[in-house]
Design a protein around this ligand. Sequence first.
Ligand code: FAD
Length: 329
Amino acid sequence: MADTILIIAEQRQGKLNRASLETLVAGQQLAEAHGARLAVALPGKSVAEQATEFTTKKLDELYLVEHDLLEPYTPDGFTVALRQLIEQLQPALVLFPHTYQVRDFAPKLAAGFRRSLISDCISLRLEGGQTVFTRLMFQGKTNADVIPVGTPPVFVSFQAGAFRADAVKDGGKPEVKKFAPTLSAGQIRSKPEEPFREAKQAVDLTQAERIVAVGRGIKEPQNLEMVKKLAALLGAELAASRPICDEGWLPMERQIGSSGQTVAPKLYLALGISGAIQHVVGMKGSRTVVAVNKDANAPIFEVADYGIVGDLFEIVPALIETLEKGGAP
Ligand code: FAD
């Protein structure tokens, strides 16, 4: 029997988390490379509606893991339920999107199988028939290649933006199966409070054709005025790295990155942004990246198509002046 790759998808309050589709892209690549069966499981109280998006995707089986006690989410409930599914399916690989919820329960689930979780991976590749997962270490300061050894299952989570949801392959007719775990109230030891809210999506930057993004290099909130002017002249949306939003200089919904929005505009102009991986995962799908940074070794230059090593306080006014004269910058 061919190996199975199992993806644990996520829904919250009736909405499928888009990062689940990104993980499906990883699953499809691996299933194709290893000739494995691909299964998706969606846990919750009643998830048929949220799961419909998977019914047209290229995969073999879709499991609706349903139980009254899976709503609201608890790490105990999810761990008990998913353990039973994994014991039944015996997958070689279990893949998750690296969401806040997954961070909460997946290490416990993996430890129950005496396995660790290869967490927060940003990519995968095949080398001599083996899968190599690349993950971040030391808050993104360095990357590590991880080749799993030992007996399956192998548990892996992928950072948001590591794969593009629009690369999901359609065309499957997965068999939809209901999986009813055995779960009792006594197994759930915590009572969840209001979940952490990720950056609010009031401004949909995903549709923007041009984005001017600003980072800590801007130094003071009043300096944002010149960046706003530049964005307006370019017909671009304004965005920022996390510290700018954490400081309240720009609203949270303008944050780009792993805990903000993932964007893919035609032009991404990064001003005074170092290029930390948590930022880069949110913008690396941009068609053309132009970076301005006074540090020639800033990691943003690794993803930039055009790099300007210089002071943004000289470059931005010069760009504004040129655009105001009606010239191409
Ligand atoms: P810095 O790293 O301080 O970089 C400022 C840059 O400006 C430097 O490269 C400097 O050379 C340059 N500079 C300074 N002065 C000038 C000048 N006059 N002209 C030109 N350049 C200048 N970050 C995000 O952006 N988005 C996220 O979603 C996100 N999520 C995170 C989630 C987690 C769990 C963690 C741990 C971190 C997250 N971060 C996120 C934070 C991330 O790790 C970085 O700390 C952050 O991206 C750095 O922002 P920055 O580049 O603006 O600031």
